[in-house]
Ligand binder design. Structure first.
Ligand SMILES: [Zn+2]
Length: 499
């Protein structure tokens, strides 16, 4: 939190409840980390003044699903479906040096800031789960000044359990995929220990992240539900990302009606704290139950399409009234941290999913990416709008960029036209982290040199991982094809022309 006063003078201030096409020029007075007044001709007093004339001022964008563990893998993968891609990206994020963990955290955070993101939900695959690794990540976020909702992932069911018909695989391939679980108590104790060591405050917030329901035993899910209630924390978990996960639900969770939503409900997780990530293959009945429980869904269209998972049912989700958030997901699975791209994709997929004229509309998806994403993190009323009492997380967009030539609608041009070029200045918690396109908190050139140096070792490790996975690939491909041959009663791909 900044202790000084700041006056953002004369920008067009985006108001979700005002004119979303032509916002009014307003001043924004900031004290410490908070917005204290929004109005015309506010007195500057002792405040530092930022001239925002010619700028559109929007609430900081929030990325409600992100993993910082694979930022250095950006651009390494294409073609692979999710289950095969995971074979590479997870090992490349584990047991890395502290220098690398710091650098990769800063790389993703830097991209986020430059793209107008002021808060990320980092569902981090942190290995090892220890004090030193945790400190490196939290320190990196504090250094650059990005707000983080931090949730190291926990799980106790071995990865091999996620492969259908796993007994058909040779023993060495099973071993490679992972046949050991992790102790529940150690992981939950680790989380409680970190909550005590680093209490939430300023730009640090906590969440819980059981990896996925099928990667957790009932005891682990119950432990997360108890921890969430005890510390008032939001919960994020991956659900129904791929068709294979639907089949696992139907085949392995018969006691819960074949539904991962029921499995979570039966273990105390379904409720207002819960956000399920992806939900490409959720059924309509399950959506209705999510809506009734005030549980949310965080959509990640970009990675779902790149990893061949499918297309989330946006129109049905809107109709069911589920609260919606948006994420950008992994740096090697989408491979970009751009809420602008995520918002545009949401509207485009809504458009091709429903041929009748109508929503989703640009100003609606802007709400999802700000207010909706704030709600996922339990930060409703604090983030997502430019109002007194809200945190001072703001993005100044340069209206001289060609994206606004001519300038007809703030909401539509932010969603359909803005590529990130217009992001000029970024304020997080009252601290200016980027001013006139210069990041003020870290030495960007030094980070670039550091990453270049780290990449020599990283690429050698990548080559070794690729080599070690060769033996498993044919088996994974076979399993993948069997999944796609199975009828799950849903089809969420734009049909390929059959010859
Ligand atoms: Zn994810």
């Amino acid at each position: 939190m900044s202790s000084s006063k700041l006056l953002v003078r004369g920008g067009e201030v985006y108001d979700h409840d005002g004119d979303v096409h032509k916002p009014q020029a307003r001043d924004i007075l900031i004290e410490g980390g908070d917005i204290v007044a929004v109005g015309k001709d506010l007195a500057a007093g002792a405040a530092e003044v930022i001239d925002a004339r010619g700028k559109l001022v929007i609430p900081g964008l929030i990325n409600a699903h992100y993993h910082s563990h694979d930022t250095l893998c950006r651009g390494l993968f294409e073609e692979l479906p999710l289950e095969m891609w995971l074979l590479y990206t997870l090992p490349l994020g584990a047991n890395r040096s502290r220098e690398e963990v710091r650098a990769r955290t800063l790389v993703g955070a830097l991209e986020s800031v430059r793209c107008g993101i002021t808060c990320v939900q980092d569902m981090l695959g942190l290995i090892p789960l220890d004090d030193a690794s945790t400190d490196v990540v939290i320190d990196a976020y504090r250094e650059i000044g990005l707000r983080v909702v931090f949730s190291p992932m926990v799980w106790d069911v071995p990865p091999i359990a996620m492969v259908r018909h796993k007994d058909d695989l040779p023993a060495d391939v099973q071993e490679m995929l992972g046949t050991t679980g992790r102790p529940i108590r150690d992981q939950l104790d680790y989380l409680e220990h970190q909550l005590r060591r680093h209490p939430a405050g300023g730009t640090l917030h906590w969440a819980l992240a059981p990896f996925a329901p099928q990667r957790c035993t009932p005891a682990m899910l119950q432990g997360c539900a108890e921890l969430g209630a005890k510390h008032d924390l939001p919960i994020y978990t991956h659900v129904y990302e791929t068709r294979g996960q639907v089949l696992i639900a139907r085949e392995q969770f018969v006691d819960h009606g074949g539904s991962l939503i029921s499995y979570m409900e039966n273990n105390g997780l379904l409720g207002p704290r819960l956000n399920i990530v992806h939900s490409v293959w959720i059924s309509r009945a399950e959506m209705d139950r999510m809506a009734a429980a005030d549980a949310g869904i965080v959509l990640n269209h970009l990675s779902n399409m790149k990893l061949k998972s499918g297309v989330a049912p946006v129109c049905d989700l809107r109709e069911a009234g589920v609260r919606i958030g948006l994420g950008c997901d992994n740096c090697s699975g989408s491979d970009v941290q751009s809420v602008f791209q995520a918002m545009k994709m949401f509207c485009l997929l809504s458009a091709v999913s429903e041929p009748e004229p109508g929503p989703a509309l640009a100003h609606e998806v802007l709400r999802h990416a700000t207010l909706g994403n704030a709600r996922t993190a339990g930060l409703a009323g604090k983030l997502g709008a430019i109002k007194p009492g809200h945190k001072a997380d703001l993005v100044l967009i340069d209206l001289n960029d060609t994206a606004y030539l001519p300038y007809n609608s703030a909401a539509r041009q932010l969603v359909y036209t803005e590529a990130g070029r217009g992001v000029a200045s970024v304020i997080v918690d009252g601290r200016v982290v980027m001013q006139d396109r210069k990041v003020t908190t870290i030495d960007e050139d030094a980070l670039r040199r550091e990453v270049e140096s780290l990449m020599r070792h990283f690429i050698a490790d990548y080559d070794a991982v690729v080599e070690s996975r060769k033996r498993a690939l044919p088996f994974m491909l076979d399993a993948h094809r069997k999944v796609w041959a199975a009828d799950i009663g849903m089809n969420r791909f734009i049909d390929r022309t059959r010859r």
